[in-house]
Design a protein around this ligand. Structure first.
Ligand code: ATP
Length: 883
């Protein structure tokens, strides 16, 4: 990107004639002139109508004259459409994927390395999101944030990769987002001073406080400058002054869930089938508006940290569940709203290029704006008697006088009965008759012309039907315009085929679609008349927008209210489908009879429920159990319940209490694959090292089957050392493993607890064959089912001699391993010291003992410690009671 704007193309003739042709500057920044409709254009319409009225359609003279008069306009229109296709082609590849966010990233240099600035904007929502934060060497935060945004394009300064050598951040981003367009922009555009100027100029007054937050945050300002400049270039439009919502999002307000964890937990995408709704989002999503769905998705990926905000949401859901009238009233009111963000996005943009498409889109947006504002009184009424804080706040925000004021102004220009409708023909008609009559005399004439052409088309089709004795209908599609439809049922075609004057024939099931040369010409006239109508309506609408522009920012409030209410209704809806409970927030994770939310929805029947308990004193739970006993399901269930709780949702349990987690990490084993075993192992190691580098004392960690990608000996070793590291933290950890040796940790560390998923073995009286019953019940202690891999093998057709031999070898290896580990004096000494240290720490933290009891307790500890050291022949150094 050079920034020179060389790809920009002109339409409506020369660039100099453009400004007088259609004036679109609602913000009034460039032009103060009112829009002037060129005389020639309006004259054309009148002549065209005269020609049509006096000349039979299809007659060579009539069409010749008509075509001549319109030739110039048609050529111009063709130019317009080809221009549009050129200017949008660069983004067409992406629009199919649904992504619409462009994000700019920059990293500080020198001493400021690791300081990240980010700015992003959704092309469908006029919200500029800025952030600046210090990241770790793994760049976990920036990668996670970009993942959540699902960007269409990433912008970075050209200095992040020079002479083929990229910075670490550059390489990580390009590796992590291989399918995303990546654009390098000259460093000079990352200019913090320009960024601040842009924000001062574009930020809507309602969000002005953001300036105080960001004015000393140079990196996010720099990215804002580059991003906005780039947008101007690719969109060929600028944002109107004081029109953008600008927010600053630090990384402190939300919990971090890295992208691998979000994938493992199937939060928003199902790993096996990307279209499947078997995800947490699928379970909770009953939203009615695109904004509500977006909000739910982003909340699931970034749950809240602030307990007060979570509780305010929970209060709202509770009220919705208790007040049926409110619940259904709101649901009905919300369901009619369109995508307000997208609506705003078009309203606040000033196109640099004025095309028929731009004109048509603006008319549609004004109709949508009217439709949206028409819905406000109903929403207001539903919220009148609500009781909880959030609903009251939204109710108050809807009292904003600007909603009624804008609607009144719109109604002076737009017909009362103009409304947003589904279907292209319906909308075409709405747009055509949107502007009230008697506002522009030429517009009224053009509309009469349009109506007559449409009537003529209907007459032509009738004539055709009578001529051939066939039941023909007039149909319409955006691609074909008006065409003829013929249902074949019970119809006998003359000579067994369609008459030759019918052209462009398509056949779908029992229906023929076709047109005729005359109809094609009439369609062209129809389109031409419409273009004139849109053109003139656009001029009127631009004038209207200029008068209401400064007030439309109340729509940001409305968008916020509608999307949040939609999300909360959706969460309340989920509670009506299944039995969910309101969670509490304490220092303990305690779930009574919790269920896996997706499993519950998938199976249609209640899965087996289980408890979970993790507290400061017992913050490391080891879970064992045979294959298929439900370990992974249980781990994911706990993590999902935690996430649900932190977005302010009720959870699938009888009781639930959570400690707010600032980060949620998962390492969940992939299925064994011998071909990729080495890479599986590397992936495991990468994931675990990521956790170790980023974990904090308030994290929730879920680890499933670590060390599977290597030999048992190495696997146990790795698990042991990882456990010992995590045990030194106060993070809550659930660790599922096949290595029963790890259960020994419970006797060494006071904060470890063993749990297992129970299975029952039954032997058939007839055949003597053993079968396993999975109860999916979580029980205290370590699994007694040793060698369950071998048990599983037993159920296959492997010869019994091989199984027997395998059992003998496995038991010897396991004994040797344990003996080796436990007989190592250094290991033993470390464990004794660690045991003492953790007990002391715990006592210091939790103790409410009186001094005498405390003294007794500490003496007991000292004795245990001395005994442990003596057992391995080490000298004790604790000689006096004081020590
Ligand atoms: N609580 C439950 N209630 C009902 N069905 C369950 C429950 N937990 C698990 N299941 C069923 O058992 C299957 C196996 O569960 P899961 O994959 O969690 O076992 P696992 O112990 O992790 O197995 P492996 O060790 O082989 O990975 C799941 O697909 C699910 O259908």
């Amino acid at each position: 990107w050079t920034g020179s704007g060389q790809n920009q193309t002109t339409s409506y003739g020369s660039a100099s004639s453009r400004s007088s042709h259609l004036s679109v500057d609602e913000g009034g920044r460039k032009s103060s002139h009112g829009p002037v409709l060129p005389r020639a254009a309006s004259g054309d319409v009148r002549i065209a109508r005269n020609v049509t009225a006096n000349t039979s359609i299809g007659s060579p003279e009539g069409m010749g004259l008509y075509t001549k008069r319109l030739e110039t306009i048609i050529t111009m229109t063709f130019q317009i459409f080809s221009t549009v296709s050129v200017s949008t082609s660069s983004s067409s590849a992406h629009t199919t994927s649904g992504a619409s966010v462009i994000v700019a990233v920059v990293e500080g240099r020198g001493l400021a390395r690791g300081e990240i600035g980010m700015a992003s904007i959704n092309l469908k929502c006029p919200e500029l999101v800025l952030s600046q934060f210090a990241d770790t060497g793994t760049y976990a935060k920036v990668i996670t944030k970009i993942h959540i945004l699902v960007p269409l394009e990433i912008l970075m300064p050209d200095t992040s990769s020079e002479k083929g050598k990229g910075t670490k951040l550059f390489n990580l981003i390009t590796e992590n987002f291989p399918g995303v367009a990546f654009t390098k922009i000259q460093r000079k555009y990352f200019n913090e001073r320009k960024g601040l100027e842009y924000i001062q100029q574009l930020c809507a007054p309602e969000f002005g406080t953001v300036l105080m937050e960001v004015q000393a945050k140079y990196y996010c300002l720099a990215t804002a400058a580059a991003l906005l400049k780039y947008l101007e270039f690719i969109q060929n439009s600028v944002y109107a002054a004081k029109s953008l919502k600008v927010i600053f999002k630090g990384s402190e307000q939300t919990a971090m869930i890295d992208s691998a964890s979000a994938t493992n937990l199937e939060l928003v995408v199902n790993n096996r089938d990307h279209r499947s709704e078997h995800t947490l989002l699928g379970v909770l999503n009953h939203t009615k508006t695109p904004g509500g769905a977006r909000r739910l998705r982003s909340n699931i990926l970034e749950p809240l940290l602030d307990v007060d905000t979570i509780n305010i949401r929970l209060d709202t859901i509770q009220e919705l569940l208790q007040d049926e009238e409110l619940f259904f009233g709101l649901k009905n009111a919300i369901g009619h709203f369109l995508d307000i963000d997208q609506l705003l996005s078009v309203l606040v943009q000033i196109p640099k290029l004025e095309t028929v498409q731009v004109a048509e889109a603006k008319i549609t947006r004004v109709i949508q704006l009217k439709h949206t504002l028409d819905l406000v009184p109903r929403l207001r009424m539903v919220l009148t008697n609500c009781n909880t804080a959030l609903l009251k706040a939204y109710s108050a925000s809807l009292e904003d006088k600007r909603f009624d004021m804008i609607l009144e102004q719109i109604k002076t220009v737009i017909n009362d009965d103009t409304t947003y409708l589904k279907g292209s023909l319906n909308m075409r008609t709405q747009k055509c008759y949107a502007v009230r009559p008697n506002i522009n005399e030429f517009l009224d004439i053009a509309r009469r012309a349009y109506t007559e052409i449409v009537d003529d088309i209907a007459g032509l089709v009738n004539q055709m039907g009578e001529k051939y004795g066939l039941p023909m209908r007039t149909s319409f599609s955006t691609a074909r315009g008006f065409f003829i439809q013929l249902k074949l049922e019970g119809v006998v075609l003359p000579e067994g085929k369609l008459p030759s004057e019918f052209i462009k024939v398509t056949k779908y099931k029992n229906n023929y679609g076709f047109t005729t040369a005359d109809l094609v010409k009439m369609n062209d006239r129809c389109d031409e008349a419409l273009r004139e109508i849109f053109h003139m309506s656009y001029v009127v609408i631009c004038q209207l927008l200029r008068t209401i522009h400064e007030h439309i920012h109340c729509l940001y409030k409305l968008s916020d209210a509608v999307s949040m209410l939609d999300m909360l209704l959706s969460l309340a809806n989920a509670c009506t489908i299944s039995d969910y409970v309101r969670p509490e927030f304490t220092d303990t994770l305690a779930i009574k009879q919790g269920r896996h939310p997706i499993l519950e929805r998938m199976s249609g029947q209640q899965p087996i429920s289980n408890n979970a308990y993790i507290s400061e004193g017992s913050n490391f739970v080891i879970i064992t159990g045979p294959n298929m006993s439900g370990k992974s399901t249980y781990l994911k269930q706990v993590a999902m319940c935690q996430i649900m709780g932190q977005i302010g949702s009720f959870v699938p349990a009888e009781y639930a209490s959570f400690r707010v987690a600032d980060q949620i990490f998962t390492r969940i084993g992939v299925d064994d694959d011998f071909e990729t075993n080495s890479s599986t192992f590397m992936l495991e190691m990468k994931e675990i090292s990521y956790i170790i580098h980023n974990v904090s004392d308030r994290s929730l960690i879920i680890i499933d089957e670590l060390g599977r990608g290597t030999s048992a000996e190495e696997g146990i070793g790795i698990c042991h050392s990882v456990c010992e590291f995590l045990l030194s933290l106060q993070a809550f950890t659930l660790f599922a493993t096949h290595f029963l040796e790890l259960c020994q940790l419970e006797s060494l560390y006071p904060n470890v607890e063993n749990q297992h998923l129970e299975v029952q073995h039954t032997r058939s009286n007839d055949t003597g064959a053993e079968s396993v019953v999975y109860t999916y019940l979580l029980k205290r202690g370590c699994s007694e089912d040793r060698n369950y891999g071998l048990r599983a093998a037993e159920m296959t057709s492997l010869p019994s001699t091989i199984i027997q031999e395998a059992k003998t070898v496995a038991s010897k290896v396991s004994q040797q391993l344990l003996a080796k580990h436990h007989s190592d004096p250094e290991n033993q000494r470390q464990r004794a010291v660690y045991h003492l240290a953790t007990r002391l720490l715990q006592t210091a933290r939790n103790s409410r003992l009186d001094p005498d009891s405390l003294r007794m307790y500490l003496k007991g500890l000292r004795k245990q410690y001395e005994a442990a050291l003596q057992a391995i022949g080490q000298q004790t150094s604790m000689d006096t009671e004081e020590e």
